[in-house]
Design a protein around this ligand. Structure first.
Ligand code: NAD
Length: 488
């Protein structure tokens, strides 16, 4: 058996092993075996990281935007130079197909760093000239900020948070998920190799209710940027509200894919529609907050769409993420695997018909102990049942038929979440009308997960508070100050 990889904390530019006896096992979802250990950080680690960040803040915040951009570009270069190691680590830690890590997630991590490097040099603030004199706005970094990220897109989301925080001149204490901590640790090691200024980026590993909570509640933390579950987001809001601490909360989703008959009937469009709806449903085994897990279909094409969709889903291969022919890997953890199976059981209890999948898969060889679930499609459930209102976050989708635009909107909006939606029609006015009527933060028309990093990203309702992306993130990580000059 290969030796375990031992991760370390990165505090003040140094690696700290922590108490080996109290370290947390990191499991490989494909085998169910531990392959690494992660330090179980403590309040003391968070205190030390905040102190290191406070010491680094005056020098880092005094650098010009171009100088900070230079450091982010150097970190992005290091990610690119070590991309293949990061791809393998991400695939192993999260159980995601190698292809997905190689083609999407690790390149995007480097892109996040470069995008916000550009933002550091191009960030500007407003000025207003009028009867109330000349006003301009200064935007200063906040100080030390906390960034907490989840397990589903580990390095992609970790960099999406730390990059704007650093670009805007803040120092960061970041906490990756204890379930998938490896690539964040590797990024910390790369930062140390390129002599990234000590204390500017600190990475503290450990359990959410210990390290995450200590970070959120630390009086030295001026703002919290969190991506994760709605339940934890609510706890963070409950602390940060009374403490008057700035928060950005990117939470769960239960997104609708709305398919109008015209696209399905158009043979030139049908393939792309079906391919994209399948990808939106099952990419990363459905473990993406933006996945389209409720597919709404215009009734006139419901049966034909269902059959064509099912044929594609049955052709998906669930298997070893290292095998290039695998479309889906395992679920990320034993606990999550159990949760998703319980959701499928609940859907059956609620009267749902499982049209395909619906069970755990026992694979052979090195995958024998892995947490695999077959891609699952369910119909026969109404909009109000738990299967259609609560986030499952696995390879499970439901189908529902709608009669007209108003019905489509009523079904799409029938959840407390409001992150994203994907609408499929070639009728221009209808597309805009539906997009305007959807209660969510992001609407894709005839596509899914096409991202321009300059756009506002986030949700409404139980999907969160605030927006990330582009200048929204730069504004979140800075405090505006109005300067007013009377001109007479
Ligand atoms: P989670 O809420 O369990 O954990 C997220 C992070 O918060 C982890 O680092 C965890 O250690 C930490 N944490 C846990 N308890 C904490 C506490 N009490 N205080 C502070 N930090 C704490 O979420 P998860 O299971 O890792 O991720 C899946 C969830 O994330 C899904 O609901 C998904 O929809 C959501 N998500 C949302 C977005 C988005 O952009 N809206 C993106 C990805 C994932």
């Amino acid at each position: 058996m290969a030796a375990l990889l031992h991760l370390t904390q990165m505090i003040g530019g140094a690696a700290h092993a922590g108490d080996a006896a109290a370290s947390l096992p990191v499991h490989e979802p494909v085998t169910g075996e531990a392959f690494a250990t992660c330090p179980a950080g403590t309040q003391d680690d968070v205190d030390a990281a905040v102190r290191a960040a406070q010491q680094a803040f005056p020098a880092w915040s005094s650098l010009s935007g171009e100088e900070r951009a230079g450091w982010l570009h150097r970190l992005a270069n290091a990610v690119n130079e070590h991309a293949e190691e990061l791809v393998h680590a991400e695939s192993r830690d999260a159980g995601k197909p190698l292809k997905l890590a190689r083609e999407v997630e690790i390149p995007r991590a480097a892109q996040n760093l470069r995008f916000f490097a550009a933002a550091a040099s191009q960030f500007a603030s407003e000025s207003h000239h009028g009867t109330a004199g000349l006003n301009y706005t200064l935007r200063a970094p906040l100080g030390v900020v906390g960034c907490i990220s989840p397990w589903n897109l580990p390095l992609y989301l970790f960099t999406w948070k730390i990059a704007p925080a650093l670009a805007a001149g803040n120092c960061v204490v970041a906490k990756p998920s204890e379930i998938t901590p490896v690539t964040a640790w590797m990024l910390g090691e790369l930062a140390r190799e390129i002599n990234f200024p000590a204390g500017v980026l600190n990475i503290v590993h450990g359990l959410g209710p210990v390290v995450g909570k200590a970070l959120v509640e630390h009086p030295g933390i001026k703002a919290v940027s969190f991506t994760g579950s709605t339940a934890v987001g609510r706890q963070i809001a409950a602390h940060c509200g009374p403490a008057l601490k700035k928060t950005s909360l990117e939470l769960g989703g239960k997104n609708a894919t709305v398919v109008f008959a015209d696209v399905f009937k158009d043979s030139a469009r049908r393939e792309r529609l079906l391919d994209t709806v399948v990808r939106a449903a099952f990419q990363n085994s459905g473990q993406i907050c933006l996945c389209g897990s409720r597919i709404l279909i215009e009734r006139s094409v419901y049966a034909d769409f269902r059959d064509a969709f099912l044929a594609r889903v049955r052709a998906l291969r669930t298997g070893d993420p290292l095998d290039p022919s695998s479309n889906l890997g395992p679920l990320v953890s034993r606990a999550h695997f159990d949760k998703v199976l319980a959701c499928i059981a609940l859907a059956r209890d609620e009267g749902g018909h499982v049209l395909c999948g619906g069970e755990a898969l026992s694979l052979e060889g090195r995958c024998a102990g892995g947490w695999f679930i077959a891609p699952t499609v369910i119909d026969g459930l109404g909009p109000d049942c738990r299967s259609n209102t609560e986030e499952i976050f696995g390879p499970v989708v439901t189908l529902q038929a709608f009669d007209d635009d108003a019905h489509a909107l009523a079904l799409a909006n029938a959840t407390p979440y409001g992150l994203s939606a994907s609408v499929w029609t070639q009728q221009l006015e209808r597309a805009h009308r539906i997009a305007a009527g959807l209660l969510c933060g992001i609407v894709w028309i005839n596509t899914w997960l096409l991202r321009d990093l300059r756009t506002p990203f986030g949700g409404v309702g139980q999907s969160g508070l605030g927006r990330e992306g582009g200048m929204e993130a730069m504004r979140f990580f800075t405090e505006p100050k109005n300067i007013c000059i009377q001109l007479d």
